[in-house]
Ligand binder design. Structure first.
Ligand code: NAD
Ligand code: GLY
Length: 359
């Protein structure tokens, strides 16, 4: 097993990464203080891993909530199901919520933990590649609103993150690829050595070689933990983690959840960001080609397949948390492996990128 620490003073927590971790009860029990545990999962993950996780916690008062599966259920109504289960089971402030599932379950469970009785403990057991390398780490929690993705939420850090890469055995290929988008993101935005590692090992990673997966998950979590430790509440540097997200959220918001997985939308969004970086003169054509090549080798989309008009796309981009005082801030690349926050890009060049991708 490998271990990292997200360094946030009193809120610091460990991230455990390895195989067979869902057989090691102490990884969870060390971080549970009360007796009451609510495991939150969904209809897909419950039959796969719920019994195993329950068996690790046999000495506790365990309740479970099984949510409907899908990004379209990432809503306040669904979080209310968690609150109802907690209240019906008379859970008090010493309880712990355990998120067992992908980013949707993790984000909603974290949000429920942030707000139930003004905040209770929670633990992340992420079971998709995307949630293992991104959403389970860093304490962003929340739900979607019809007018915008992830618009309602809170920062609330888990007590620990247990990443058992064996859970990826049951993950569909398309979901695995979606997680690869976030893995590649870390290489592009701040770690060129990791990007080269990915380029050199992409075939093994796509063949799901566990040694390479563990290294990629570890490196991703280390990069994310490093940034979050410097800027927990996204006053500055943490925004770099949103590389491709303003474009990607516009794709999700205009084409609707379900057509594109989150990671797929981010894949196209990152390529759009790199293309704008090239038009702005920061990076060469070769950087665009290298990005596209790595995304394609990860079986990720690099163009928009649904119909979006450029004006709809621009309108959707304007409804994003990265918009400050009406200005859309974008994350661009200064060079491969070096991103920065940009708010003085040239509007005609942004329009050109949007027009090129929205045909
Ligand atoms: P997801 O949670 O919808 O999971 C994808 C699918 O895989 C679902 O059908 C799920 O039931 C299924 N699944 C989960 N684990 C499985 C397993 N081991 N075997 C088989 N099937 C499994 O999607 P996701 O990609 O994990 O997460 C996307 C969400 O994460 C989005 O809502 C996004 O906004 C959010 N997100 C949050 C952050 C953050 O910092 N909080 C960061 C990135 C993404
Ligand atoms: N996924 C972006 C962040 O956690 O800040």
């Amino acid at each position: 097993m490998r271990q990292l620490n997200l360094d946030l003073g009193e809120k610091s927590y460990p991230i455990y990464i390895g195989q067979g971790l869902l057989s090691q009860s102490e990884l969870l029990t060390e971080h549970i203080s009360g007796k009451q545990i609510m495991i939150v999962t969904n209809t897909t993950v419950a039959p796969l891993y719920l019994a195993q996780v329950k068996s690790l916690l046999a000495d506790y008062q365990i309740s479970t909530v099984i949510l409907p599966d899908g990004e379209q259920y990432k809503t306040l109504d669904t979080v209310n199901l968690i609150f109802s289960a907690l209240l019906e089971a008379r859970f008090d402030r010493s309880c712990t919520l355990v998120a067992l599932g992908g980013g949707v379950v993790g984000d909603m469970t974290g949000f429920a933990a942030a707000s139930y009785q003004r905040g209770v403990n929670f633990i992340q057991i992420p079971t998709t590649l995307l949630s293992q390398v991104d959403s389970s780490v860093g304490g962003k929690t929340g739900v979607n609103h019809v007018l915008g993705k992830n618009m309602i939420g809170a920062f609330h850090q888990p007590k620990c993150v247990v990443i058992d890469v064996d859970t990826l055995d049951t993950l569909e290929d398309r979901e695995y690829s979606a997680g690869m988008a976030e893995v590649i993101k870390y290489g592009l935005l701040g770690n060129v050595d990791f990007l080269h590692y990915l380029q050199n090992n992409i075939e093994s990673l796509m063949a799901r070689d566990k040694t390479i997966i563990i290294e990629a998950v570890y490196q991703s979590c280390e990069d994310k933990a490093d940034i979050v430790a410097q800027d927990e509440l996204e006053a500055g540097k943490r925004a770099l983690l949103n590389l491709g997200h303003t474009f990607g959220h516009a794709i999700e918001n205009t084409l609707g959840y379900g057509n594109y997985l989150h990671g797929e939308a981010i894949s196209v969004g990152m390529l759009m960001a790199v293309r704008l970086s090239q038009l702005e003169g920061y990076v060469s054509d070769d950087v665009v080609d290298q990005t596209q090549d790595l995304l394609e080798k990860s079986n990720l989309p690099t163009s928009i397949s649904g119909k979006i008009t450029a004006s709809d796309f621009m309108a959707a981009m304007s409804v994003d948390k990265k918009v400050i005082d009406g200005n859309i801030r974008l994350i661009l690349l200064k060079e491969l492996g070096d991103a920065f926050i940009c708010d003085d890009y040239q509007q005609p060049l942004l329009n050109q990128v949007i027009n090129d991708f929205c045909q």
